[in-house]
Design a protein. Sequence first.
Length: 319
Amino acid sequence: MLSVSDSAKKVSILVPTALLPRPLRVRSREQLLSRLEVAIARRAGLLIIGHPKSGNTWLKVMLARLYQVRHGFKASELIGSDELALRNPAIPRLAATNAVYSYEGAVGRILAAGAPDDPLRHKPVMLLARNPIDIAVSWFFQFTKRQSAHKQELINHFIDHPIDRHTVDMWDFVRHSDIGLPFLIDYLNTWERNIGELEHAAIVRYEDLRSDTAETLKKITVLMGETFSDEEIAEAVNFGSFDNLRKLETSGFFRRGGMRLRNADDPETFKVRRGKVGGYGDYFTEDQTAELEELMMTRLSPVFGYRPAEPATEPPAAI
């Protein structure tokens, strides 16, 4: 039987619908991609819930690297949700979704607090959380410089006030847009509640993954029910280091997928952009930074433990 990758299935939806009138194109893509998104999640050995720019791709690179080395696959074939599993059924599929925007919201509705029982609610699920102000800054660059046209169209259809990527400035995007900081805070609070009602779920912070990568990665593999040696973990962490991934991205090593180089002349377009914890202060005035931090401190659940201009001091009971 011919096996078709998830990425090929997605292309088979996007290409035929490209020339449809916009309303029909958006509606068709939302319906068809929603079904695919749920199917991907149902087959996954680990479902990662994370807003864009929370470290989802970085985590998937390290997890995929563990299996790539163990089973002898090429390093450039790391990112797809199922390519490795199609070649070796012993390798679990990895799925990452924001579970909120457009078609990806189909997964979020199944996993929402109070939703009816579903097999998806019994899978290993983790929320990859990050300081929402850091997310907001990186999300601005992603949305305005890297976002694919079809995703941007679907997100703009999802929100009440569509965003012109060519004219919006960072402050308006972060503070006032429908997908800026207030939305990101609500997103994290919602997923804290959702995770609390799932059978086999955890919260993992990006900041913990940065500060103690090996130990946090190992805990995530335990959540999956997998066992890797300290040497295998260390190799994956080394491969996934900021310097190595930046070098690979800028050299064009990744030919497709989320790590593909977009514009070698603009570092702000890189997928591996900065990775700095608390780096948001570099982009705002003192008054703006204080306003954003006040908003975070008054509205974000204390479970995440974030404080102004520094990573969380008390990690949540995540894994």
